[in-house]
Design a protein around this ligand. Structure first.
Ligand SMILES: [Zn+2]
Length: 322
């Protein structure tokens, strides 16, 4: 009798130890789950999340020292930066043709499906010329609501912001270049020059032409687009005030005719105001080398979109016979 009693005592003790062990493990697990976001946050964020990442790169989960093999969905992730996205009321988005230095998307909106391809590029000088991006967004919205303005034989492409990093950085002098400090309108492969005489040129901040023709991802995205699409006429919007600059060196004669046709409906100066700057590596020169008529065109100032004027300019772009 006494022996069996002692045996039962041992069995009970064994079960108690077993249970307390299980409870202990459960407490550790619960505590880990609850404290995890705190631990993750304590490691902080890198100074510039998303900088120098391409959109396809996978965030390095090891940064947070989480003891898990699979990335924990509750951890703080590196987020690729995007400016406030422009979205049409109907939800339509542009086609992403590439990414900026800091992985912001570069989008093209397409209207119509005719065989004559025309293009508008805005924001090549980023936030310094932010009103060109605002104009592009107004045009995109207007055409989406009035698709009949596009003739049946025309396809129109609008690239609303070629320099989203500059636009995100500053709406002033500091917003002109991309995140490598490059003036994108000096980085195109036609008439490219590493350095240029700054007399008469924009010189409020240090800028470069890039390390080589089309060294910048923004430039390469548009170059690839122009190589795969036969654009007949192109307007590259700038601000401010100097007028309409035909592409080509010397000026391409068909582009001069295009500039004159625009000047008939818009008050922008043509011939443009000559401050003595000699332009190298411009988008308009490159577009001409691809067989397009092209102009660099400046809005009247740094804040207005001149929307009504540029509706007339749009009509010239859509109907001009190169
Ligand atoms: Zn400009």
């Amino acid at each position: 009798m006494g022996k069996r009693r002692r045996e039962r005592g041992w069995v009970t003790l064994a079960w108690l130890l077993n249970l307390s062990g299980l409870v202990g493990i459960a407490i550790v697990l619960v505590a880990y789950w609850v404290l995890q976001p705190v631990l993750a946050a304590a490691h902080g964020e890198p100074a510039q999340p998303g900088a120098n990442l391409t959109a396809t790169s996978t965030p390095f989960s090891g940064l947070y020292y989480l003891p898990t093999v699979t990335r924990n969905p509750r951890s703080t992730e590196i987020v690729v930066q995007t400016p406030t996205p422009f979205v049409l009321a109907n939800g339509q988005r542009g086609t992403v043709i590439g990414y900026s230095v800091s992985a912001r998307p570069i989008e093209v909106y397409t209207f119509g499906q005719g065989e004559k391809h025309r293009m508008i590029v805005a924001g090549i000088h980023g936030g310094y010329e932010w009103n060109t991006i605002a104009l592009a967004d107004e045009l995109i919205t207007y055409i989406a609501e009035n698709p009949q303005v596009i003739p049946s034989d025309v396809t129109l492409y609008i690239l609303r912001n070629l320099n989203p990093d500059g636009d995100a950085r500053d709406h002033g002098y500091d917003g002109r270049v991309n995140d490598h400090g490059v003036d994108l309108n000096r980085n195109f492969p036609t008439n490219w020059a590493a350095e240029w005489n700054r007399d008469g040129c924009w010189d409020y901040r240090p800028t470069t032409a890039g390390t080589a023709p089309a060294s910048e991802p923004e430039t390469r995205a548009l170059v690839a687009f122009l190589q795969s699409h036969k654009i007949e006429a192109l307007i590259s919007y700038h601000s401010a005030a100097l007028g309409i600059f035909p592409g080509g060196e010397p000026w391409d004669q068909d582009s001069v005719r295009f500039a004159e046709a625009i000047h008939e409906v818009a008050p922008y100066p043509f011939p443009p105001i000559d401050l003595g700057c000699k332009f190298s590596g411009t988008l308009a020169d490159y577009a001409v080398s691809r067989g397009a008529v092209a102009v660099d065109m400046e809005l009247a100032n740094h804040k207005d979109t001149d929307f009504k004027i540029n509706l007339k300019v749009l009509d010239v772009l859509l109907k001009f016979e190169p």
